[in-house]
Design a protein around this ligand. Structure first.
Ligand SMILES: Cc1cc2nc3c(=O)[nH]c(=O)nc-3n(C[C@H](O)[C@H](O)[C@H](O)COP(=O)(O)O)c2cc1C
Length: 364
């Protein structure tokens, strides 16, 4: 089924404007009857965030911004789905064109700017499928014109805690002016204090909802020291490393698209995201788990990311270039790696190479 989908639909997608192709992919997923996911090999199971993930391969925020295709994505074999970014009120995002494929680089640049149907719509959809199970994280962000951005995050935690397996506080998208400044110490400390407080307040009725922080890969190491210190002192449950980069590696082969403003993802982000994950891992000292994202595009790169410190990984851009078969290929490589090393659980790999990665020369 996935093979047919990849062979027929991908050439068509690549002939379309990237944003139209994405809208078509969501529609196809919504209306194509997909068989239930096959049970994963138990050796792929990962216990993290107080949750039992059937496998560690998730789909990153931004693909299903409005929680329209959660169950189809789970049926495709993802171990978890992160919907969003959801903003409190609906907003249109930036003017089009705002999504660009860098075909020669297997990269993507987006400046979507949190286009969102808003919290009511996402909440309605998630509540409607709540009994279907599966691990569904909700990534939340502030409206562009919010008078008090922290209040937006607090309101979203309160609203989504009951239907979310975890909530991600996204302060790392480059396309909402000033958003990433919330990674700065005093603001971040206040934000996390209020968000965790909101989580505690609703816990009696919503249950314990892990709160994750998603960071930019562009933080300097001193800033990363501060961010991890605050995340630890405010007792967040995990971090996602990370979002798209505003950097443009000199190696990019598509110079026109590379000049577009926005966040770069996919293969050109891989080396930086890998390094920042390892840098975060050594600072977190096992206090909470990390989700690795950024340019993971193969079984070996997924395994390497786990070895650099990720308990879980997320994909997005590589699905555009490699197709949905990538999910199964990654799972097969992880099983093969366990067999090669005669191990029973992926947990043995987590962070095994983190210290070594931090000793390498800084990636270009
Ligand atoms: C088109 C597009 C839209 C995205 N939208 C969001 C978003 O709404 N919220 C978010 O936290 N990350 C968003 N991201 C970032 C991804 O979740 C991910 O962190 C990043 O793309 C790196 O992974 P990748 O290289 O596998 O794509 C988006 C990425 C892309 C390509």
């Amino acid at each position: 089924m996935i093979g047919i989908f990849d062979r027929l639909a991908r050439p068509l997608f690549h002939a379309l404007d990237p944003e139209d192709a994405h809208a078509l992919a969501v529609k196809l997923l919504k209306f194509t009857p997909l068989p239930a996911a096959r049970h994963d090999d138990p050796r792929l199971a990962m216990r993290a965030l107080g949750l039992n993930f059937p496998n560690p391969v998730g789909i990153a925020a931004g693909f299903d911004k409005n929680a329209e295709v959660v169950d189809p994505l789970l049926r495709l074999g993802f171990g978890f789905v992160e919907v969003g970014t959801v903003t409190p009120l609906p907003q249109a995002g930036n003017p089009r064109p705002r999504l660009f494929r860098l075909d020669a680089d297997e990269g993507v640049i987006n400046r979507l700017g949190f286009n969102s149907d808003g919290a009511d719509a996402a909440l309605r959809r998630l509540a409607g499928r709540a009994s279907a199970g599966g691990i569904v994280g909700v990534n939340v962000g502030a409206n562009k014109d919010a008078p008090d951005r922290i209040a937006d995050y607090v309101a979203l935690i309160e609203r989504f805690a009951a239907v979310a397996s975890y909530v991600t506080v996204n302060i790392s998208s480059p396309n909402t002016p000033g958003l990433r400044a919330m990674q700065q110490s005093a603001v971040l400390d206040d934000l996390l204090a209020r968000v965790i407080d909101a989580r505690e307040r609703v816990a009696p009725r919503a249950g314990p909802t892990p709160v994750l922080l998603k960071i930019a890969p562009d933080l300097s190491l001193p800033d990363l020291d501060d961010v991890v210190g605050i995340a630890r002192s405010r007792r967040v449950d995990g971090m996602i490393v990370g979002n798209t980069t505003v950097g443009r590696p000199a190696s990019l082969r598509d110079p026109d698209a590379a000049r577009e403003a926005g966040g770069l993802s996919g293969r050109p982000l891989s080396a930086l995201a890998h390094r920042m994950l390892a840098e975060t891992y050594v600072r977190v000292e096992g206090v909470f788990p990390l989700i690795g994202a950024g340019g993971i595009d193969s079984g070996p790169s997924a395994l390497a990311r786990i070895r650099a410190g990720a308990s879980l990984i997320q994909l997005y851009s590589a699905l555009v270039f490699r197709g949905l078969a990538l999910v199964g290929a990654i799972k097969a490589e992880l099983i093969a790696a366990l067999e090669r090393d005669r191990l029973e659980s992926l947990i043995e790999f987590v962070g095994a190479d983190a210290a070594a990665v931090t000793a390498e020369p800084w990636p270009e």
